[in-house]
Ligand binder design. Structure first.
Ligand code: FAD
Length: 414
């Protein structure tokens, strides 16, 4: 007999795990399926800066204390620019700060198993690992039948009233069901990163984002003199060679910037990771009755460090929109999905277009220099800039303030 769940989620990454936990909180029977072999598996290609926009979702999951106990470092961004540092005091809040709205540096080797354990313990959730989802099929009553294939090729069927694709950037569910890419925008940089020891944490455990004219270097403190060092460089100057020469090249990018922790004795404590091509991608958040969350819906330039927070926010928006209807008013599901699309469109597209624009290498430094000059000279703009990068505010709010402060500055100097 095929078991049928209220919700079937394909993928137990950040998006799928968050959605699974939130659906279960709403009392829905939820199956989360992932092809990863076991609960200690984690995503390796991620620099895991979790933006503060995710904090309300983490609070709903009551997981912040566990993250910090497991070694997650509360942190806030500071940006070095050609006009000096953007380093405002306090947390990310624009007003009414209680000092807790911070980002997290939490390694995926810690975060992913933590989320999977939570899922496995949550009442109402069934987690099936080492199972690849094949051929999602819609039945006449609108529910779904999926084929699960295990590691030895064994197959069985399961059913779900509602299907969520949280299956990552390549989304096999989207491929099977024809949810084509609606955006593919070039990313002109490549990335190289690794974990280092003997790196003293910056003041206030700040995460440092060093914005060069073309090359960017990021340093994330991870506790106990451990740090992640990442470089985003133009494809034309991609770092190549053996591990030692790549490590030296990575460190030499940091050496271009002032006021940094001493990296001369920093020792590589992992392999090096990176990519050579990573375009910005988007799909429809809802297609033929299936909801898409996380990278399956929107997978942006990793330099922006938004993927995990966006995955959590999408999971939350989806559950808030559809949970009340799934069990009790299935005939209202289409309307509830429209609500998810509306919430999605209110939040993500403006951020996505700004992030995709930043993936293009600016040829003339003059414009960026003048932007940074205005921001670094005004404390309020500094706070707004940090809040924008933390995705606490929309780009429009920053742009309005940037323009009106510019006008005021021009009037004063005239
Ligand atoms: C170099 C790099 C650095 C990054 N740095 C940051 C950062 O600093 N901060 C940040 O927030 N984000 C960062 N990101 C982005 C972030 O890693 C992703 O946005 C996030 O992990 C997406 O989560 P997800 O759950 O949507 O997808 P995934 O983590 O990809 O999870 C998808 C899951 O679906 C499963 N799956 C797929 N197909 C099937 C199938 N057919 N059957 C069963 N299971 C299936 C997979 O096994 C996987 O576990 C970075 C990305 C890169 C590449």
């Amino acid at each position: 007999m095929r078991r049928t769940y209220d919700v079937v989620i394909v993928g137990a990454g950040v998006a799928g795990a968050t959605a699974g936990l939130l659906f279960a909180q709403r009392g829905l029977s939820t199956l989360v399926v992932d092809k990863k072999q076991n609960g200690s598996h984690h995503k390796a290609l991620c620099t895991h800066f979790v933006q503060p926009a995710a904090r309300p979702v983490l609070r709903k999951l009551a997981i912040e204390r566990d993250i910090e106990r497991a070694g997650g470092v509360p942190t806030k961004a500071a940006f070095w620019t050609s006009s000096g540092w953007i380093w405002p005091d306090g947390d990310y809040a624009i007003a009414g700060s209680d000092g807790s709205l911070l980002a997290y540096n939490i390694e995926r080797r810690i975060l992913d198993p933590l989320l999977t354990r939570r899922l496995e313990r949550a009442a109402g959730v069934t987690v099936e690992l080492a199972q690849t989802v094949r051929s999602p099929n819609r039945l006449q009553d609108g529910s779904w039948m999926l084929v699960l294939e295990n590691a030895t090729g064994g197959i069985r069927e399961i059913g779900g009233r509602f299907l969520v694709a949280a299956d990552g950037r390549t989304s096999p569910v989207a491929a099977a069901l024809g949810n084509e890419l609606i955006m593919k925008k070039e990313n002109q940089r490549t990335c190289l990163f690794g974990y280092f020891e003997n790196v003293k944490a910056p003041v206030e455990n700040r995460s440092l984002f060093l914005l060069g004219a073309q090359e960017m270097a990021f340093l994330y403190p991870l506790g106990r003199d451990r740090a992640l060092l990442a470089a985003y460089v133009p494809k034309t100057s991609r770092i190549v060679g053996d591990e030692e020469s790549k490590t030296n090249a990575l460190k030499s990018i940091f050496a271009q910037f002032p006021d940094l922790p001493d990296l001369s004795s920093a020792r590589l404590a992992s392999r090096l990771y990176g990519y050579s091509d990573y375009p910005n991608l988007a799909r429809k958040p809802v297609h033929n009755g299936v909801a898409y969350i996380g990278d399956a819906a929107l997978s942006l330039d990793p330099m922006s460090g938004v993927g995990c927070a966006f995955a959590m926010l999408m999971a939350d928006m989806l559950v808030e929109s559809v949970a009340p209807t799934i069990a009790t008013q299935p005939d209202r599901l289409d309307a509830a999905l429209l609500e998810y699309v509306a919430r999605f469109n209110k939040f993500f597209p403006a951020h996505a277009s700004g992030i995709a624009a930043d993936s293009i290498i600016v040829k003339s430094a003059a414009t960026t220099d003048s932007v940074y000059r205005r921001i670094t000279r005004n404390t309020y703009l500094q706070r707004l800039f940090i809040a924008l990068t933390g995705r606490i505010i929309q780009p429009e709010e920053f742009q309005k303030a940037y323009l009106s402060i510019g006008l005021a500055q021009n009037r004063r100097s005239a």
